[in-house]
Design a protein around this ligand. Sequence first.
Ligand code: GTP
Ligand code: MG
Length: 329
Amino acid sequence: MTTNEMSIEELPGIGPATAEKLKDAGFNSIEAIAVASPSELANTAEIGESTAVKIIAAARRSADIGGFETGDAILERRKSVGRISLGCAEVDRMMGGGFETQAITEVYGEFGCGKTQIAHQIAVNVQLPVDKGGLDGSAILIDTENTFRPDRIAQMVNGLSKRYDDDFDPEEFLKNIHVARAYNSNHQMLLVESASELADSLKDTEKPVRLLIVDSLTAHFRAEYVGRGTLSDRQQKLNKHLHNIMRFGDLNNAAVFITNQVMSKPDAFFGDPTKPIGGHILGHTSTFRIYLRKSKGEKRVAKLVDSPNLPDGEALFTVTYDGLFGEEG
Ligand code: GTP
Ligand code: MG
């Protein structure tokens, strides 16, 4: 029996009432419990921490999570890693084929540099078949700045139709992009739980969730946490949020795309004007980091500044009415 078929009630120590509380909080699979922290689980289910530790251990045994993995097992898991092409040759090459699943890609840069444009484009591209650079999947977008534009999606889909001499239907693409607005940082964090439920319900459909976008990851945190005294609170919450997001990517074999701003003017609190917000916690949790900047006209430069296995590099692309295009088509 796979853990997918096993329900959380079958774990020792979980009665119906506890199961209910856990499910309400988004812990609705053995895998989700296996990677939870004891305090998180104890608080959620209102049980003692020692009970939580036992439940997590049992879930890990069932789900085969938490132990050491041999290199060949990791190689096997990595075989399921997919990549979403941006459709811009230079950027795709720089990224080793595209935006990876089971990884977080962070793009940071000043206003108007194209972060939200990339988010729109990959929400479209993830739906394409694999031979066209997609993953046959759907996308979830947590929109914190109210910048999602359905008409922009339609332009991009029509752009793809021209590119592939095909007849893609913008309406169909819009149906596979699930958007939620986040009104503040707490709401934003809760939406990751809702995203997990949604991903579970789409798991066995034709378009499983293969992409989670948080645009912008940091805007609410930045606005809400002002003043030095709150800096560590902010970092702690951001850290927790990022780990939940990473877990989403791992459990769903989904790519995670987050955007981040830089300071437009020097600021004693947030520091260096060319540095991304969020500091080193974000730096260490993101798997790939891209610094985006404007070039001439609609041209943009994407610079890979951090990656576990790829050389740093720069790539050019252009924002057009039909979507994002590479210099080489
Ligand atoms: P912030 O969220 O403000 O930090 O910026 P961002 O990095 O998300 O910028 P965004 O992706 O929203 O980029 C906006 C820019 O994309 C605009 O200034 C235009 O240059 C470009 N853009 C957006 N739509 C179009 C379009 O239809 N055609 C063209 N040519 N450019 C567009
Ligand atoms: Mg934006």
